[in-house]
Design a protein around this ligand. Structure first.
Ligand code: SAM
Length: 201
């Protein structure tokens, strides 16, 4: 991206961790159920999600609930130069920070994960190899959570991977009927400690 030296105020900047933390806390105060965390994920979580063969080999990754973009940047660091990442975020106040990530592989969609099929069609990106989700399945109404999990299963390619990082295990109730049992990693170095569930379709 060309950057003008005369009008730097207009150039969007990717916020640092502290600035992201302030924004996440303030969004959590106004929408606690939706934002579902008081701080951005730690580097231990982002590494557990992104440092994987399935991410390095993927043509298309979909990220549900990218927040301020820390997880998004970690995924992009691992992904191929010819790959694509579609990031779908429901909280409006996080969108400018996601749009400030200057990477031609990234598409940012303000919207609801429940409309995953429509968002994929709008962007014409094809079938995802991996879906990564930070969506709080324990605080989403159960019928909506089930719709999201079913849609992830329907949209993933055969052999594709679904990764969900969560405080609780509620996601299992919605994902396991279609995906079967999960592999579970625990990341203690995070506020709060998280479980990372992995399913292969
Ligand atoms: C636990 S935070 C994860 C944020 C970030 N990826 C991180 O790890 O720091 C969950 C994110 O999911 C978003 N979210 C919640 N429900 C959503 C939905 N139905 N569709 C899309 N995003 C949603 C929230 O706005 C929030 O950004």
């Amino acid at each position: 991206m060309a950057v003008s030296t005369q009008n730097t105020a207009a150039v969007p900047r990717v916020p640092n961790f502290l600035s992201r933390a302030r924004s996440v806390l303030s969004a959590w105060i106004s929408q606690p159920q939706q934002v579902a965390t008081v701080a951005p994920s730690s580097s231990a979580v982002t590494k557990c999600i992104a440092h994987r063969t399935c991410i390095r080999e993927a043509s298309l990754v979909v990220e549900l609930g990218p927040g301020m973009g820390g997880t998004t940047q970690s995924l992009l660091q691992q992904m191929r130069s010819d790959s694509r990442l579609l990031a779908i975020e429901k909280t409006d106040s996080f969108i400018p920070s996601l749009q400030a990530i200057d990477d031609p592989r990234l598409r940012v969609q303000c919207g609801d994960a429940v409309d995953l099929s429509e968002h994929l069609a709008t962007h014409g990106l094809g079938t995802p190899d991996v879906v990564v989700s930070g969506i709080p399945f324990s605080s989403v109404p159960p019928a909506v959570a089930q719709q999201i999990a079913t849609s992830i299963h329907e949209n993933l390619r055969s052999g594709g991977v679904f990764i969900a990082y969560q405080m609780r295990s509620t996601v299992r109730n919605f994902a396991e009927p279609a995906f079967g049992s999960a592999d579970v990693d625990r990341v203690w170095w995070n506020l709060p400690p998280l479980k990372v569930f992995t399913w292969t379709r």
